[in-house]
Ligand binder design. Sequence first.
Ligand SMILES: [Fe+2]
Ligand SMILES: [Fe+2]
Length: 427
Amino acid sequence: MAQSLTSQGAQLGPLPEEDHCIKSYSEGQDFRVSPYLQNPDMDGMTILWLSETSEPGSVDVAGVGSFASSPELAKDLAYHANEIANHFNGNDPGTPYQHRVRVSGLSAGTSYNYTVQQGSSSYTGTLKTTPERNTDIRFIVYADSETEPESTGKTRRCSEPYGNFDRQYWLDQTEGYAINIQTMKLRNPDFIAVAGDIVESGNEQRDWDEFWQHNAGRFNDIGAGIPIFPAVGNHENHSGGDGGGGFYTTPLAKDALARYRSYFETPDNGSGKPEHQDRYYRVDYGPITYITIDGTNGNPNQSNQDTNWYLHGEGETSIDNPEWGEGEAPDFNPGSRQYQWLEAQLADAQKRSRFTFVQFHHVPYSVGPHGFNPGEGGQSNAEDKQSGVPMRVLTPLFKQYGVDAVFAGHDEMYEHSLVDGIHFFDV
Ligand SMILES: [Fe+2]
Ligand SMILES: [Fe+2]
């Protein structure tokens, strides 16, 4: 199907004639989120989906077998009371059921057709296992999708850095993201990594719904064939007004991260802390090692080691609001558990892999506002309360263990810095 997209008089030309058009999702009435892939391995893959009811579903993998699902109420994905009041006329759309099927015993680098049956709905896709080490791969990294249903019809002002924001994007954010995903699908990557700020407000369930509408829903089904490797950004810690209105309060940040962890499944990081699962992890994929770090809050709070002065991290409490309890974002500074884990992974990856890549959200080197030093003086004093500069503490490790490139976001512009032989990107 060829489409021409026209927005505010700008003719953008036809989309490709292939199977990459925005899907109509009439087949998916029983799916809240249609099937998507996570946690690829050389002999397995996890297939997840969300249904409206508690009825078990099934996965049939061609040539392998059939697997029943054991649905669980996805209690962390309940709508916040503010959302129900402000967007659903007080009628809760309900909490979905999550289905998670691990398919194992597969062969490396092999494609398998699979069909998920849920109620009277079915979905057929193709999964591909992780290939052997001596195999070419392709991956795509982006960041700051910041999805929310309110994006439809909204275009952003834009400028050169520190300019007058005197230009307006042609496309609204929904159409722009949809076209980006279509383009990614055309490039047929083995996996897609998202370096944080996946959703606009981490504790607004509607914002997560919107992300999955683009990745396993009515706009596109890219997640059904291409696994997504996520990273936590500041927005995943941010409640949003309809998610409790608490900005970066500790309890709402925990609720927001529980939503994030519900959707994603990544290799165990060995921390022994369930609240840190999926926040930092390592994936070996063909010839590369791809490491994800959570740099959303360094300890101590409001110091040169902190990337978010509003948020309290692991073991920290608010002086003004002690009832919030301790924060849970893992510290990344030397001596922390995450830092020690990172060093061990980098040392091992240097021996194992031809290339090592690292992703996290806060770009360490940037000409944008988050490239200013941490401080509360504001942009006019070249200070920023959500600075990426503290992440530079990791650069010596990257140099020592031969990291090839680091992918980050947060300043929301394309930028490439070469520092100590390491390629740093704001994607
Ligand atoms: Fe962002
Ligand atoms: Fe950010």
